[in-house]
Design a binder for this molecule. Structure first.
Ligand code: RFL
Ligand code: PHB
Length: 407
């Protein structure tokens, strides 16, 4: 079955859905193809921290209502080391900016609803997606629907928003892209539990036993992570590792014991415990592919780059990419001019590399590295002392955490 649209979008994650939304507002048609079901897409637990610019964009484009009601504005984070907290005050250091804690799957629900309410075309549970003729004026996407029927959509442009395991990037011929990658020798063990918040703001802790993070989702659901070693990971790096094989390594008692140890303070802080209902092990890597374009195929979000989660940047980068790509496509349709679209990759990569640097730096400062190098650990502690003791150093962290300007 053949059909036509203006922009064919592969992937209904934050990048694909938001791009479709931005294009729709400018009167441009798109079709979003997603391999998973709507329930799956809306139920995947991932990010939680939205930059100021992400929040402003979602609100300004009419998908920020629930975010405004249910999201939590956080005006700082704590860096905890040597058993003491040191607060980074975002508004004071960034001219009033802050972040909002609002789960990624809630952003997804808001975007899917907006797309469906406006009658737009999202096709879930598709398979065998392939992209064709992206170097011509008339690219196309082929796929099979849930019943196995083959479809072909011809379009003007294709947006590869299909994440780390997608098909768009691998469809680009060998030799066109350059990949830059760094794999870290540890992962994060993440939990969700039913408990009240342990802290009013996120706590990023460095302890002799490794990193720990106290985050939150709501007054009744908390998100916490701790660094785990290579022994807890599978051999190959993977985005999300099903912890089933290692769940026996991590009983609930062991998890709470580890959090109590790593987060201990001189004045006896302990996390508020509750039933753990979700466990995941997340691999840690930095990855960038350049350029983010091949002919009329444009890559955005995790399809083009990945950051370790320590800087809370992945979702925010996906949003920044499609903001830029959306503007460039809108300009192309309105004026027929290609300059902004041709500059998409170079413009996006400037900010992406800065977010890569920040995520790598936060990761390097806050984790124990295997090998037990005592010198490196002392330098990390000195860096934390410096960042929390110097206003300019604290401002550099705050400026990056709340999000660098879009352009
Ligand atoms: P996604 O969200 O992976 O969406 C891609 C979509 O494409 C679909 N897909 C296909 N569809 C059709 N055909 C194919 N062949 C397909 N292949 C794939 C997939 O099913 C999926 O629905 O990519 P996108 O849109 O680029 O968004 C990226 C973000 O999801 C990601 O960067 C963040 O979750 C990263 N991240 C965080 N980012 C933040 O900004 N702040 C945070 O606090 C934060 N915390 C995190 C995180 C990621 C984590 N994990 C689990 C990796 C915490 C964690 C634990
Ligand atoms: C989260 O709440 O999932 C979260 C928060 C901060 C991070 C990473 C993940 O840096």
């Amino acid at each position: 079955m053949n059909s036509r649209t203006q922009v064919g979008i592969v992937g209904a994650g934050p990048a694909g859905l938001l791009l479709s939304h931005l294009l729709h507002r400018a009167g441009i048609d798109s079709v979003v193809l997603e391999s998973r079901s709507r329930d799956d897409v809306e139920g995947t637990i991932r990010a939680g921290v939205l930059e100021q610019g992400t929040v402003d964009l979602l609100k300004a484009t009419g998908v920020g209502e629930r975010l405004q009601q249910e999201g939590f504005r956080h005006e700082g984070i704590y860096l905890r080391f040597d058993g003491e907290d040191h607060r980074i005050d975002f508004p004071a250091l960034t001219n009033g900016k802050a972040v909002t804690v609002y789960a990624q799957h809630e952003v997804i629900k808001d975007l899917v609803k907006a797309r469906i309410d406006s009658g737009s075309d999202i096709r879930f549970q598709v398979s065998s997606v392939t992209v064709h003729d992206v170097q011509s004026e008339q690219p196309s996407i082929r796929y099979r629907d849930e019943s196995g029927t083959s479809h072909e959509i011809s379009c003007d442009f294709v947006a590869g928003c299909d994440g780390t395991q997608g098909v768009c990037r691998p469809s680009i011929p060998a030799g066109v892209l350059t990949a830059y990658e760094k794999i870290y020798p540890f992962g994060w063990f993440g939990i969700l539990c039913e408990a009240p918040p342990s802290s009013d703001e996120l706590i990023y802790a460095l302890h002799d036993r490794g990193f720990a993070l106290v985050s939150t989702r709501s007054p009744t659901v908390q998100r916490m992570y701790c660094q785990v070693g290579p022994a807890d990971r599978v051999d190959n790096w993977s985005d999300e590792v099903d912890p089933a094989d290692r769940a026996d390594n991590w009983s609930d008692d062991r998890i709470w014991e580890e959090f109590r140890l790593r987060l201990a303070t001189a004045d006896g802080w302990v996390p508020k415990e509750g039933r753990i209902f979700h466990k995941v092990i997340v691999g840690m890597r930095s990855f960038v592919t350049e350029p983010m374009q091949f002919g009329r195929l444009f890559l955005a979000g995790d399809a083009a780059h990945v950051v370790p989660p320590t800087g809370a940047k992945g979702l925010n980068l996906a949003v920044a990419d499609v903001r830029l790509l959306g503007e460039a496509l809108i300009e192309q349709y309105r004026t027929g001019r290609n300059e902004t679209l041709d500059a998409y990759s170079a413009t996006a990569l400037k900010r992406i590399w800065k977010a890569q640097r920040f995520s790598w730096w936060m990761t390097s400062m806050l984790h124990r590295f295997p090998g037990g190098d005592a010198f490196q650990y002392r330098v990390q502690l000195a860096e934390l002392e410096y960042v929390t003791g110097s206003t300019v150093a604290a401002a550099a962290l705050a400026e990056n955490y709340v999000g660098l300007p879009f352009q």
